[in-house]
Design a protein around this ligand. Structure first.
Ligand code: ADP
Ligand code: MG
Length: 328
């Protein structure tokens, strides 16, 4: 049920996605990849929530779960206050129309034999929004909105640069008039100069249409540029959530502090002095017990090796999962 009182666009509670790791590697025994392993957060209406973390920590999996593209192993996902597990076919269809995704490599989500007209227009037909001339008009409008020429609809996707292909992907989303969009590393495959143009376009569209975004990136600079609030992910868990201002002013988790030090100190000699992070990102196949970060944390104590710290609210919209902080 959609109600005016609901201010949360999306909320996830205890969200988990475990995959079975391929056999063979482990001599026949079944091993689980804990890609997402108990994640709680919400995204306000009109908010840009940035999800940041190193490659493989589970960011894209969270995005796909929220969009209902994958079924969670456990946990709840609420869209506009309604549990998506309770939705019937019709409601799920509506959800698919209202929620959309832009991927890092748009080309792989295009049928290379389709004209741009059909790539952008097909969802309009699928969802019964428009067809024929009316559809073409909406496609032309969406192309204009993303800075492309409506004439481009008569070309094939390979005729465009990476940045233009990403614009086509954004136009396809825009044409559906969604209210929530997952942007999964939308600029990570682009040159720096092109990146800025696409980020500006996404900001502009957000302001104009008041979309909610889940903005996924491994790049803290991009996350800072785009987000209202930020969640820091590490091996399937959220370690810290705060508003952008709070996170940059007062990062509390040692992992967040490391990430910020690494970007904020461009001088490599100083950076080494600041470096607190040793070792590799642990594998989600066999994550360490206790706090996922403890093997690399210079402050780890016994409890960190045994118990995973809960993500606790410390006030001011700031949450952190760290025994050092919660014991203070
Ligand atoms: N379909 C899948 N089958 C098995 N393992 C997967 C699948 N998708 C992702 N994974 C694994 O789950 C973990 C998290 O992946 P992902 O969500 O893509 O991380 P990120 O987007 O942060 O780089 C990784 O270890 C990845 O290899
Ligand atoms: Mg990813």
């Amino acid at each position: 049920m959609r109600s005016k009182a609901v201010t949360k666009m999306v909320e996830v509670r205890g969200l988990k996605k475990h995959f079975i790791a391929e056999r063979g590697l482990f001599f026949g025994s079944k091993k689980w990849i804990l890609a997402v392993d108990g994640v709680d957060f919400h995204i306000e209406k009109g908010e840009i929530f940035g999800l940041v973390g190193e490659s493989g920590c589970g960011k894209s999996t969270v995005g796909k779960l929220i969009l209902g593209l994958w079924k969670p192993t456990a946990g709840r996902i609420y869209s506009d206050g309604q549990d998506i597990a309770d939705m019937d076919g019709g409601e799920l269809r509506k959800l698919r129309r209202r929620m959309s995704i832009v991927y890092q490599h748009p080309y792989s989500s295009f049928n290379p034999r389709m004209l741009v007209r059909d790539i952008v227009g097909r969802p309009l037909v699928t969802f019964g929004i428009a067809k024929g001339r009316e559809k073409d008009e909406l496609v032309a409008k969406a192309l204009k909105e993303v800075g492309l020429n409506p004439e481009h609809m008569f070309r094939y996707p390979h005729e465009f640069s990476g940045g233009q292909q990403q614009r086509i992907a954004v136009a396809r989303v825009l044409a559906l008039n969604p209210d929530f969009v997952v942007l999964d590393e939308p600029t990570s495959a682009l040159d720096m100069s092109v990146q800025a143009h696409i980020l500006n376009l996404l900001s502009h569209l957000h302001q104009k249409y008041n979309f909610s975004y889940l903005f996924i990136s491994h790049d803290l600079n991009v996350i800072e540029h785009m987000s209202d609030r930020i969640g820091v992910m590490y091996v399937g868990k959220l370690l810290e959530v705060a508003t952008k201002e709070e996170l940059y002013k007062n990062p509390l988790h040692p992992y967040t502090r490391f990430l910020l030090d690494a970007v904020l100190v461009p001088n490599p000699r100083r950076r080494r002095k600041h470096e607190i992070l040793k070792g590799e990102v642990p594998s989600p196949i066999n994550p360490p017990p206790g706090c996922r970060f403890h093997p690399r944390c210079p402050y780890a104590t016994d409890i960190c090796r045994k118990e995973f710290p809960e993500l606790l609210d410390i006030g001011g919209k700031h949450q952190v999962a760290c025994h050092l902080v919660s014991r203070k």
